[in-house]
Design a protein around this ligand. Structure first.
Ligand code: SAM
Ligand code: SF4
Length: 364
């Protein structure tokens, strides 16, 4: 049975973004430190940028976007050249990996040209997260030829009716799985499938979704539901804990922990004891936060830097990119923002306030 996410008002308080202007005083506060790496006050070094290339999407996944969500005007969004400039500056300060996300990045009209320009910057890794509904095999080949390294495809149900219910789209599950197959054939490896598991919503499919790792020989990443839905329906009781996910899968197929691929990677990995290809990863943001190993900054579609996925403070870097700021000033702004990165997400605190910006506009 398909269960709707109930509206549970006031379970978490929400707060509108506190948009901060990057002032001369802020830039002056970091002195001449702009050539150094980006290190926060807790000693965490920034190596990853997640860039939301558009807030638009052809789906309206219930845990992410409301049906009547209003998108930004095109003029408000960062242009490709603004994104490339920002990444070029950040890459000189130690950023090595980029993930392009959204919204749905495949609706971005010049995505492969953007990737081609980013490739020139000498980054270690360029990855993309997509809902897998829009790209043809030749689109994926073009992205690969432009320099895309890896791809993650989101899929939260393999049941026809439920998939339609969750995504509020007419795309079929097969269409998304075809994208996964194409991505593998083209070599966008390791191809990953992201599935958000929500209690009473799709948790009865946990084992089937996990089995995709074995049958498709891909990494399946099971994600805890986070308070980042535009409808504000999240509540702790809906969170399916990663440890419980692993316990349930392990009862069917024995799993062997393999840790994190990198110390700063969000997912903890497992392989199958019987030697099957494919792996399981769990992203336990809510129940086992990994904030102390965070190496990320996020850039929203309209050019605000968020030091954390759960930040309520956003830094308006677009004004600098569109004004007459030098690269050095933008570098200083990144240093100043990094120094203001919060210790952790505080979801479990009494006074926790959900950011008034859904995952789709942050770039999950
Ligand atoms: N449209 C693309 C997609 O769906 O893959 C990229 C953007 S989407 C915001 C990125 C990832 O965030 C997806 O895997 C999605 O499942 C996840 N996501 C969105 N809202 C979430 C929430 N409230 N909790 C946990 N994950 C969420
Ligand atoms: Fe769109 Fe991705 Fe959000 Fe679904 S999760 S509504 S596909 S941005």
């Amino acid at each position: 049975m398909v269960t709707s996410l109930p509206v549970l008002a006031n379970k978490v308080q929400t707060i509108g973004p506190d948009v901060r202007t990057i002032t001369p005083a802020l830039l002056a506060s970091v002195g001449d430190d702009s050539s150094n790496e980006l290190v926060d006050t807790y000693g965490r070094v920034i190596r990853d940028l997640r860039i939301c290339v558009t807030d638009r999407c052809n789906f309206r996944c219930r845990y992410c976007m409301d049906e009547d969500i209003r998108f930004k005007r095109k003029v408000e969004l960062l242009t490709d050249s603004e994104i490339v400039r920002l990444v070029r500056i950040a890459s000189k300060m130690g950023v090595r990996r980029i993930r392009l996300t959204g919204g749905e990045p495949m609706v971005h009209p010049t995505l492969s040209a953007l990737i081609r320009d980013l490739r020139e910057l000498g980054l270690e890794d360029i990855a993309l997260t997509t809902n897998g509904s829009l790209s043809t095999k030749s689109d994926l080949q073009e992205l690969k030829d432009s320099g895309l390294d890896r791809m993650t495809v989101s899929l939260d149900s393999i049941r026809k009716d439920r998939f339609a219910h969750i995504t509020r789209s007419s795309t079929s599950v097969d269409r998304v799985l075809q994208t996964v197959r194409w991505a593998k054939e083209i070599g966008l490896n390791p191809v990953k499938i992201n599935a958000v598991i929500i209690k009473g919503f799709n948790d009865d499919e946990l084992l089937e979704l996990a089995d995709l790792a074995r049958t498709m020989e891909v990494d399946v990443r099971l994600i805890e539901y986070m308070p980042l839905d535009s409808g504000k329906r999240w509540e702790m009781d809906k969170v399916f804990a990663a440890d419980e996910m692993i316990k349930a899968i392990n009862a069917k197929h024995e799993l062997i922990p393999v840790g994190r691929p990198r110390p700063h990677a969000p997912a903890t990995g497992y392989r199958f004891a019987d030697g099957s290809q494919g792996r399981i990863g769990v992203i336990a943001t809510v129940t086992r936060p990994f904030c102390n190993a965070c190496s990320r900054l996020r850039v929203t579609a309209e050019g605000r830097v968020m030091p954390c996925l759960f930040s309520t403070t956003e830094w308006d870097i677009r004004s600098l990119l569109r004004g007459d700021a030098s690269d050095r000033m933008i570098a200083k702004a990144l240093v100043a923002i990094t120094l203001r990165k919060q210790a952790g997400h505080r979801i479990h605190d009494e006074d926790y306030q959900q950011p008034d910006r859904p995952m789709s506009a942050i770039g999950g």
